[in-house]
Design a protein. Structure first.
Length: 244
C-alpha cells in the first residue's frame, strides 16, 4: 500500500526518523517544518495522509486542521502531540483530526496507525488492492449515506463530514435502530487504542448532531440510549410507532 504522505514536523530529528520509517514501507514522503508550509503542500499536492505535529511555528497543527476541514478537504490527518490532557486531545478530534499519537511514541505504533488510516481511507474512496468496490447506499428516513462516494445528505441537502464522523454515521446507518456502545463505535474509528477515551465518540456525535439534526439539543435521528450508547433512527417511523 504505497501512499503519498506529508510530514509536518518542526523537529528535524523527529521528522527524519518518521521519513525513514515511512519510506521503508514504500511511501513517498514530503517533509515540511511549519503549519503554513503544510497547508501549501496539501493544496498543491495530492497527499493520501498528513502526519501533523501540533506545536509548530507560523501556524500550529490545530489551525492547520481547522483550515483544511473548512476547505472541505477529507484528507486523513494523524496528529502528533506532546499535550497529554484529554481536553487538548479531544479538541484535535473535534476540529476534524482522525487520530493522534502522544509523544514520546513508538515508531512501530505510529506506523500501525498510518496503515490503519490509509486502509480505511482507501475503503471510503471505494478502492482496495483488487480494484473498485461498490457498497450499498444506506438510507434511514431522509438521511442518506453513500459509502462508495463518501457522501452524506439530509432532506436532499449535502452534509460535510470528517472521515471520523463519516465512519460513525455509516456504522449506525448500516443497522438502523441498533444500539451501539461507545466501545463498538470506537472500534469503527481506531480499533483497540489505549489512549482514546469514550469521550471521543461523544465529541463526534455532538458534531454530527449539529449537521444532521434540525434541533441538535433535541435530537430526533441520532439518539442517546442512556447507559448503553447511541442509535440512528428514522424520526417519521419513530413518531408513527409512538402514536400507534
Amino acid at each position: 500500500m504505497c501512499a503519498n504522505v506529508i510530514i509536518a514536523e518542526d523537529d528535524e530529528k523527529q521528522a527524519e526518523l518518521l521519513r525513514r520509517y515511512l519510506e521503508r514501507e514504500g511511501h513517498a514522503v514530503t517533509v515540511v517544518g511549519d503549519g503554513l508550509a503544510a497547508l501549501d503542500a496539501v493544496r498543491h499536492g495530492e497527499p493520501d495522509l498528513l502526519v501533523l505535529d501540533v506545536m509548530m511555528p507560523r501556524a500550529d497543527g490545530l489551525d492547520v486542521v481547522r483550515v483544511l476541514r473548512a476547505e472541505s478537504r477529507e484528507l486523513p490527518v494523524l496528529m502528533l502531540t506532546a499535550r497529554t490532557t484529554e481536553d487538548d486531545l479531544l479538541l484535535g478530534l473535534d476540529l476534524g483530526a482522525d487520530d493522534y499519537v502522544t509523544k514520546p511514541y513508538s515508531p512501530r505504533e505510529l506506523m500501525a496507525r498510518v496503515r490503519t488510516l490509509l486502509r480505511r481511507n482507501r475503503r471510503s474512496a471505494g478502492t482496495v488492492e483488487s480494484g473498485p468496490v461498490d457498497e450499498a447506499v444506506l438510507t434511514v428516513g431522509t438521511l442518506v449515506v453513500d459509502p462508495t462516494r463518501h457522501v452524506v445528505s439530509v432532506d436532499g441537502e449535502a452534509v460535510e463530514c470528517t472521515p471520523g464522523e463519516f465512519r460513525i454515521l455509516a456504522a449506525l446507518a448500516a443497522e438502523p435502530d441498533r444500539v451501539f456502545s461507545r466501545q463498538q463505535l470506537l472500534a469503527e474509528l481506531h480499533g483497540f487504542d489505549r489512549y482514546i477515551s469514550n469521550r471521543t465518540v461523544d465529541v463526534h456525535v455532538m458534531n454530527l448532531r449539529k449537521k444532521i439534526e434540525p434541533a441538535p439539543r433535541r435530537p430526533a435521528r441520532l439518539l442517546t440510549v442512556f447507559g448503553v450508547g447511541y442509535k440512528l433512527t428514522d424520526p417519521a417511523k419513530a413518531a408513527a410507532r409512538a402514536s400507534s
